[in-house]
Each structure stands twice: as C-alpha cells, then as structure tokens.
Design a protein around this ligand. Sequence first.
Ligand code: IPD
Length: 266
Amino acid sequence: MDSLREVACQLATEAARLIVDERPDQLGVAATKTSATDVVTEMDRRSEDLLRRRLEQLRPDDGLLGEEGTSSAGTSGITWVVDPIDGTVNYLYEIPAYAVSVAACTGDAQVPESLEPVAAAVVNPMTRELFHAARGEGAWCTRDERTWRLAVNAPVPLAQALLGTGFGYAADKRRRQGAVVAELLPVVRDIRRAGSAALDLCAVAAGRLDVYFESGLNPWDRLGGQLLVTEAGGVVLGADGGPASGELTVAGAAETVAALTALRLQ
Ligand code: IPD
C-alpha cells in the first residue's frame, strides 16, 4: 500500500508544480462543462495529461478516471481517480485554495459507488501542504521538511460546529443548496465555502473544520480527501447514513456527522 501512497504523492506533487510554474499570464476559460459556471482551463487539461502520462510509465496495468475525461480500464484491480485541479474557479481567480487530488482505488471504475480509496494524496501548492494517507496507515500532512499526523476534531454539538460546504454548478441544485444553508446558518457556529471539496475534506481531517457536507460531488472531487478523513479517525457517509455518493457526502467525527445528517441536507 505504501508504494501506492508514494506514487500518489509523487504524481500530485508533479501536477501541482506544473499548474503553478506553467500557468500562463493570461489564463482564460478554455471550455464550460455541465453549465456556464462549470469551467475548464487549459491547465486542467495539461495537469490531467501529465497525470495520465506519468501513470502509464509508473503503473501501466492500472486504470484511470480523470475529471477532464480520461477513462481507461486497467487489469491490476487498481483505478486512479484524479482531479487535475480541484477548485478550478479559485485557480482562475488566483485565490490560493485549489489542489491536485490523486487517489488509488479498488472497485469497478464503471460503477463509481464501488470505488474505495486505498491510498491518496492531495496537494495545495499555495500552502505547500501535501496531505497523504494509505488505508490502515493514518492520515498525514507534510509541509517543507515537517510531517505530522492528522486527527479529526472530537464530536461537538452543532451549535459549536464549524461547518464546511460547497455548491454544485447547476442552477436548480444551487437554489436548493442556498435554502439548506439558510436553514443551517442559525444553528451552527459558522459556515465556510472554500471552493475545493478535496481541501474541505483535508480540512476536516486536519481539524480545521468540524464537519463538511455537499451534495453533487463527483468521485474525483471526493475520493482522495475521503481517505484522509477516515484515516484521521472520522467517517464519510451519504444519505441516511449509507455510503458517500454523488447524492450526498458528509464528513467528520461520527457523532457530529450523525447530528448533521439528521437534518434535511438536500
Ligand atoms: C469543484 C470544487 C468545489 C465543489 C464543486 C466541485 P472543480 O470541483 O471541489 O468546491 O463545491 O462541487 O465540482 O470543478 O473545481 O474540480
């Protein structure tokens, strides 16, 4: 498992360096995807291309599923699920909260709900933080020469919980998410929307958020950070306490997650 973690760290670090060092002076929107707000830059594509080429060299028998459309079946039973820039809108505006997320998963790449992360790395190039985990080996953060172990915060009542969330791109989903936030805001300590689901999940693992929820995440947004949370002692669940899915992802200490999921989040 450790070698999968090493590959994840290596690849996420290389891609993070690329998106910083080779960012063009005039970066524009190259395309939109599911809606006009769901943007792609040329650097999303170049980062995914680098991840694909490096995986072909290092792990030629593995599969790959990437946000920008790369999908290849492997023969080894491992599928790499990658987000070449998570927080693309932050990246576009030079807000220093975006990441590269790389997760090695077991399961069937054609069935996203079956994917289980076994090793992962999430890099925020702006803070120089490398979050990494392997199943059964704990969750860690490395910055410069220092590495420390991550642990989710102890359970808290919702009134004392700092909550993270994010919004999808479709207008009807955003309307509903706005209504849910309006209901939650008076009953929690406060709400943060940082703009990168991978970093939100790492923030839960690091104790910088008590709990996080979002509906509408894709596997590449979620799977890397999900392993960080579970290896940091937390849980990542979905609707009705089932597995996290595109429908709903809730992460934090088990009791805090249970208190939040008891409310209507979708
Ligand atoms: C998005 C970010 C954002 C979340 C969205 C994601 P992208 O990923 O993670 O925080 O709220 O749901 O789609 O598009 O920047 O890779």
